[in-house]
Structures are given as C-alpha cells and as structure tokens.
Design a protein around this ligand. Sequence first.
Ligand code: NAP
Ligand code: ZN
Ligand code: ZN
Length: 365
Amino acid sequence: MAPTAAEQHTRKAVALAARDASGHLSPLAITRRSTGDDDVVIKILYCGICHSDLHSIKNEWKNARYPMIPGHEIAGEVTEVGKNVTKFEAGDRVGVGVMVNSCQSCESCNEGFENHCPGIIPTYNTVDLDGTITYGGYSGMVVVHERFVVRFPDTIPLDKGAPLLCAGITVYSPMKYHGLNVPGMHLGVLGLGGLGHVAVKFGKAFGMKVTVISSSPGKKQEALERLGADAFVISKDADEMKAAMSTMDGIINTVSANIPMAPLLGLLKPNGKMIMVGLPEKSMEIPPFALVAMNKTLAGSCIGGMRDTQEMLDLAAKHDVTADIEVIGAEYVNTAMERLAKADVRYRFVIDIGNTLDKAAAASE
Ligand code: NAP
Ligand code: ZN
Ligand code: ZN
C-alpha cells in the first residue's frame, strides 16, 4: 500500500507559527514531506517578511488556517534533490516565492503564468496536493517541486535577494505587462514599503522618471538620495498633490491600507494606468468620474509566473537591484510585525533563519 501523506511527512523542522488571529508567532515543531522525484530540498537561510504575511496571520483576508507558518520570500541552499531533478544540485543558492505548486497542465501553466492557475498552491496556508497544509519560510527547511524553485545569480546576496521573490516579481510583472518599463516614461510609486522601494529601483533601472507618492514625509530624503527617486509627493499635502496632477503615465499602487482613490487617480495623465498590487482588508470605493474622465485604467496584478521570476532575478543582478533590508533574529519577529503595521521599516525585514531560528526555538522551550 502506498504511504499516506502523513507517513511521508517524516522530516522534522523548526518553524514560527501563528496559532490564532492575534497573529502572535511562536516556535512550533513541524514535519515536511520526504523528497519526491521532482523535489528540491532547501535549507532556509533567510526569509523576508511581506505585508501579506501580516494580513494573513491576523486573518484580515478571512481565509486563515492555524497553525499558520508564513513566509514566501525564501532564500537558501539546496541540500538534496529528487531523481528527476535536472535544474538544481546540492549546494545551489536558490529561492522560493509565493507558490510551491500548480496544476502544471492548464493554459496558464503552459504559458508560464502559474500564478494564474486555478490550481495554484500558495507557499503557506493552503491545502497541498497531498492533503496537508502548506507551511511557509519562517522555518528551517522546505521541500518544493523544482518548477517552483529559482536560482539566485552569483552577485545577489541571499539576504538582500530574498525579498525579490515576492516584492520584486510583484512589481516587475505589471511594469512588464502594462508597458510601464519604457525609458523616459513617468512612473508613480504609491507607498514606499517593501514592494514600493523595489519598484523605485526597477523604474530607475528601466530609465524612467520615478515619483514616490507617500504618507511618510520622513522617507523623502532617503527616497531621493538613496533609492534614486526623482521626486517625492506627500499624499496628505494638498499643494504637492495639486502640483503633480495629470503628470504620471502609470502608478503602481502598493498601499496595504484603504485610502481615498480619487486624488491618486488624479495624478495620472489622460490614458494613464493605475495598477493595484496592494491588498487592503476592505473594499475600495472608486468614484466613476475619477476613472472615466480622461480614459483612465485601473488594473490589478498578482505576483508573476516562474519564467518571469527568474527573468526578474537575472535582470536585478544586471542592474544591481536588491532590497534595502533590516536583518532580524527570529526572536524579534513579533516586534517586527508591530513595526511593519506602522510602516516603520526601511524597507524590508528579513529573518536570519539560518543563524537564529534554532536558538529562538530552544530558548522558548
Ligand atoms: P509594506 O512594506 O507595509 O508597504 C506598504 C506601504 O503602504 C507602507 O510602507 C506605506 O508607505 C503605505 N501605507 C501603509 N499604510 C498606509 C496608510 N494607512 N495610509 C497610506 N499609506 C499607507 O507592505 P508590502 O509588503 O510592500 O505590501 C504592500 C501590499 O501589497 C500589501 O497589501 C500586500 O499584501 C500586497 N501584496 C500583493 C502582492 C500581489 O501579488 N499583488 C504581492 C505581495 C504583496 P508610505 O509610508 O510611503 O506611505
Ligand atoms: Zn508577499
Ligand atoms: Zn495550471
């Protein structure tokens, strides 16, 4: 008789889990499946903290399964591969993003857009093909089908590179598919957090004029001097907003909260596009005139396919695009979540899983 899913989950790992909608994270011993023929086993060294992790652990999207182990900006080293694996071998520096499987046979999958597959298996909080619940990257190791593993170019450090696996592809993909990657075009980046600061860097790499639209005046100097933005508009400053009206070809909206949309759509030129990537908890209100007048487009975009994710990493290496990070120990994760909720991070927390997770787990016993 074939072994059950539970019998195949024999590998032990330490993880950080939320047990309820308080979102408090604490150590938990978990198991991972044994190596399948197409699987890559990865020792996790770093994991970025995406705002989606925060929305998820607090059950803001009303789909939480506890215990939940978040984390989908995973960077580490291959320790073992299954017998069919051709792309990777032990020792390779690799990453895993927001998905760990899909049907692999539908039109979307065949075209390289596994992110649009109706059978997509997100990295955590989902029932996996074997009936177990997926656990994310706030853990010591993970077993993933090779199709959903990408290779880090040699020049990208794993800590600064980890956030590219979600933040990077999530802003790169809409820039590519909505034509917001053209030199000389004017790009607005709304919200200067994890996604936003990478969007600024890609925009500059594409030779665009980039304006940050932010609710945090304290980020202005860094945005201009360190991240290379050309301009900075404070969204609460009526005069600055007025001066920027009708100037932008496109806006990548990365804001994680519900904010009034009409003034922001007003920043677009005629035929301008706003691409939503932020996923606030509640529905948005769009005054029809803000969209209809001057033929504006409001679109959405969800991460990106595996081919585009590898392309994005290779391009990031070429243009020296990595995340600006604050590396934290596993014991600091709850404080980091509180700070992330207040937009108090420059610009991505990354957990040093390799050096601190086991210690944090031992201390809590
Ligand atoms: P983040 O680091 O927290 O950045 C979000 C930024 O939004 C903040 O830094 C802040 O920028 C702005 N903001 C937050 N609260 C605000 C408020 N009340 N009013 C005005 N501005 C506010 O988050 P992230 O990790 O970049 O993720 C951003 C959003 O994208 C989240 O909702 C996340 O779930 C979603 N996401 C979507 C995808 C996708 O595939 N579409 C992928 C990943 C993440 P300022 O300080 O500059 O105002
Ligand atoms: Zn994410
Ligand atoms: Zn599919």
